[in-house]
Design a protein around this ligand. Structure first.
Ligand code: M6R
Length: 595
């Protein structure tokens, strides 16, 4: 999704700071980028494609000490130089960047064009500078003109604007994230903290309906009437280095390897092994009659896993695609509605949470992002503490979600002996480390990279892992991959199975799920498909497989977390062999802030 940066206070270094910050926002996904510097006039540089194209178009400095920048993820109009942000008005004195969708842009554009404005792009955003231009022409100062323009917008927006001759950035937020970064010598404004984390750890998250003004004298947050709002200054708990690659070729590989640490952080201070209890004091009393988990993508797979855990503990629970839930919610009654979301900004999941709130449900955000919209809008928040995840493909945050869902389940369940599950959680970081140290996933990728399609099968807690293995493979290899409940194979998908479609079978433990999945292995083998078993050796799965990806023996709940790490590694190595853009897969964005 689009990324916004603004900077006041870095003097001659402003332009280069903006460009560097855009680099820190690349992970969000983008297809074009641009910057505007405001001095006596607006200096604009923007290019379609990778940030390098913009870097080549930008000199060392440009006149002005205030600037805004943007990475665009197209919604209205293809990725071209013209459609890249910032957008300017007819005079070229007003420059605006925007994240979100202005739903009423067409009538506004018709009105503005009829009044004589000329548009240079196909974007929804461009109506904003033209509306501001009209306000200024009517005698308003830039801030009043900005407010009056924003008042006419419907839809979602994080907006930042600079005006020639003014040393201020004006910003507004509705349904798209915006955060201020407060350094001693400069003030930043961005879609996300990594954009300015190397300069400061002090932040202010803007809320919907709030405006901000940032200039050389400081910053102020106001409401729609212009009244000052007292906001909380927070301190970010992770370091700038956490957003670097630390010697790994890709962020995704680094983040896969960070999992042991991320899981330790998730568990820290929350588990009392001796008493066999989990304490999530941040959630208060937890006694849900039923739980609805709403999510999208990888987080939806975590939600399916979480629903199974809760059901096993006797709590009625169901996972829903957030977009479907928002459209036609089931009876919510006394449900606790849990939004599972790495970013806490996914529009679909926010939509479901808001619908649940409207219907009077209690809501809980299970997220990695402190200060995210979801964390602030829900009645309670449980943070997974994975640290920043830059790769578009979610890896460590999926493991973090699974782990936090284990904690939530134990905390919400009637008192019972959870010692086995807790011991498995204690061993989880070490077991993940064992997989990372000993995995032969690269050899498996070598053997099967270039196949016609990749299928993933699992039962019970391994079913969402099969879905996740397929999604990861799709996202970063661009190859056809599908995940199935192993029992479904013979009801249709078996028709797709050939000698060129390796089947990755998740078989952990030695129970019924394992025995039946071995049955599925035999079915696909009979059709000539090569089989890769992800197994702990407790069953005979390895005997029937062409390749084995070994995982340590552990509690079934933990096995589903550990086994997934092997699939992350296979997807990574297949994508790497194919030379794919692993951290920024085509067409995808890290944080999907439009519905
Ligand atoms: O930030 P969220 O967890 O709400 O994001 C949901 C999905 O967009 C996300 O999981 C997506 O599927 C990832 N690219 C998966 O790797």
């Amino acid at each position: 999704m689009c990324g916004i940066i603004g900077c006041v206070g870095r003097g001659d270094e402003t332009l280069q700071t903006l460009v560097e910050s855009l680099g820190k926002l690349e992970y969000r996904g983008y297809d074009s980028a641009g910057v505007a510097m405001a001095g006596d006039r607006i200096e604009l540089r923007k290019r379609a494609g990778e940030l390098d194209a913009l870097r080549a178009a930008v000199p060392e400095t440009l006149p002005g000490t205030v600037g805004i920048g943007h990475t665009r993820w197209s919604t209205h109009g293809p990725p071209t130089d013209e459609n890249a942000h910032p957008h300017v008005d007819c005079t070229g004195n007003v420059a605006v960047v925007h994240n979100g969708i202005i739903e009423n842009y067409q009538p506004l554009r018709d009105e503005l064009e009829a009044a004589g404005h000329t548009f240079e792009s196909e974007t929804d955003t461009e109506v904003v500078p033209h509306l501001v231009e009209d306000g200024i022409a009517d005698g308003l100062d830039p801030e009043a003109a900005f407010r009056s323009a924003v008042a006419r917008l419907e839809g979602s927006y994080a907006l930042a604007m600079v005006v020639a001759g003014s040393e201020a950035i004006l910003a507004a937020r509705n349904d798209s994230p915006l955060v201020l970064g407060l350094a001693d010598d400069a003030t930043y404004l961005a879609s996300d903290v990594p954009a300015f984390r190397e300069h400061t750890d002090r932040v202010v998250y803007l809320e919907d309906g709030q405006f901000a003004r940032v200039d050389r004298d400081g910053w102020v947050v106001t409401d729609a009437d212009g009244d000052r709002i007292d906001v909380e200054i927070r301190t970010v708990e992770w370091d700038a280095e956490d957003t670097g690659k630390s010697g790994y070729d890709h962020f995704m590989l680094k983040e896969i390897h960070e999992q042991p640490r991320a899981l330790r952080q998730c568990l820290q201070g929350r588990v009392d092994e001796l008493a066999g209890r989990v304490s999530l004091s941040e959630l208060g009393e937890l006694d849900p009659a039923r739980v609805h988990l709403v999510a999208a993508g990888t987080s939806y797979h975590a939600a399916i896993y979480g629903a199974q855990l809760l059901q096993q503990s006797g709590i009625p629970a169901q996972a829903f695609y957030a977009h479907e839930y928002a459209l036609s919610p089931p009876p919510i009654e006394d449900a606790l509605v849990v939004g599972v979301s790495q970013s806490g900004e996914t529009a679909d999941t926010l939509g479901a949470i808001r619908e649940a709130s409207r219907r009077g449900a209690e809501t809980l955000a299970l997220t990695n992002t402190v200060g995210s919209t979801m964390a602030r809008e829900c009645n309670r928040a449980l943070f997974i503490r994975s640290g920043p995840e830059i790769g578009v493909a979610a890896t460590k945050t999926f493991a973090g979600q699974q782990t936090a869902l284990n904690l939530l389940t134990i905390a919400a369940s009637p008192p019972s002996d959870a010692r086995d599950a807790i011991a498995a959680l204690r061993d989880l970081p070490a077991n993940v480390q064992t997989v990372l140290d000993e995995s032969n996933a690269e050899a498996v990728a070598e053997a099967y990279g270039g196949s016609d399609a990749y299928f993933f099968i699992g039962r019970g807690l391994n079913y969402p892992v099969a879905l996740e293995g397929a999604l990861k493979t799709k996202e970063i290899t661009y190859e056809h991959a599908e995940g199935f409940a192993a029992g479904e194979l013979k009801h249709g998908p078996l028709a797709l199975v050939t000698g060129d479609t390796p089947v990755f079978a998740l078989v952990t433990g030695d129970g019924e799920a394992a025995t039946k999945t071995i049955g599925s292995i035999k079915e696909v083998e009979a059709r000539g498909a090569p089989v890769v078993a992800i197994t702990d050796g407790q069953s005979e799965a390895g005997r029937y497989a062409d390749h084995v990806l070994r995982v340590p023996e552990t509690h079934p709940r933990a096995a589903a977390i550990v086994a997934n790490v092997q699939l992350q590694l296979v997807a990574y190595h297949v994508a790497n062999r194919l030379g794919r853009s692993i951290d920024k897969p085509r067409n995808l964005a890290k944080s999907v802030t439009v519905e």
